[in-house]
Design a protein around this ligand. Sequence first.
Ligand code: FES
Ligand code: FE2
Length: 396
Amino acid sequence: MHASEIHTADLLEAMRHVSERLGQARGLPNAVYRDERLFEFERDQVIGRTWAAVAYGSELPDPGFAKPIDMMGIPLLIVRDKSADLRVFHNVCSHRGMLLVREEARLRTVIRCPYHSWSYDLDGQLLSTPMIGGVDRHSCDGFDNREHGLKPVRFAVWMDIIFVNLSGSAEPFDQFIAPLEARWSSYFGGQGRKQLGPAATGSKPELTVGCNWKLAVENYCEAYHLPWVHPSLNSYSPLDQHFNITDGETMSGQGTRVYELASIAGTRLPLIDGWPADKLRYAEYISLYPNTLLGLQADHLFSVIVTPRSAQESLEKLQISYVGKARDEDEFASCRAAVLKSWDTVFREDIFAVEGLQSGRCSPGFDGGVLTPVQDVTTQHFHTWVANRYTAAILD
Ligand code: FES
Ligand SMILES: [Fe+2]
């Protein structure tokens, strides 16, 4: 372990208690929600070793668009190349390490370093090195442009969500996503998930929340807080109709059998083709570890990317996807607005909860609490996933 040696023995001990029998099991210790050294440790040993969501493809609307991302202190650059394919690079010049792109922009054809003006094409190849050999000499012996392109970052795109694997050593993305694909194939029918696409208009709400990223994720895994934190959602999707989901190792959440926004908000959106007729009011809310929150209903899917900003602050970005022409046609504009408002409200209602949980982690009267047998099954699932990664990295 590289960071926070002072906590190592305590951490290992705390991690052992996480996967005990429910009723006795303890939650993750306070330090993992507060300590900036552990934040960095998690970047390198937890989040960085798997597939973390960083942005939506829709945020890069056309070829030449470039978007810088701060991934827990690591500068990344997402680019849409000339063929409209996405690329992800480290956002740093190969020469002296200058940050390349500071703000999202339409770059047209090249990425130019603001320091000595080296230029890269959108595929990351180093194109030009002005005056590298002296005044008016743009090449020099012993220097081969082909060896100094931008450093690519391993990435994958799924449901318009861009995932990166910082370590480069995670399992193939298809393998990572297979349990969720398998689970949801029964809802998507023959046409599959590609029939859904992000709304072409409307906002993508961004919420800054004063909590560690894990609190945002574990709050989303559970339904227990529904009656008290989300009275409106609970009125059309009540707690007693929810069921826990703990498929595979990298996701957990809840499902409902009675989601019924349509009749509440007067929405009438086209349904996902192939959705089982006897499950029209089913919906599933899944935290895909480490930082993607998903909600699938018969007529839309929403996703929230939780971007860790510091040990005690995160950014949540919400996007909603619809079927076919519901993505952009005016006749569905009011439906899209109603759906967006409903989920935006739910995530705003959660802010006081996750911020209260963060504050509670400053208390010497709490250090993990208790994971109870019925309502905390999914929380334990997530905590165990985190604890296993901590333990493996510390003992490595
Ligand atoms: S640091 Fe980028 S060109 Fe020198
Ligand atoms: Fe909630």
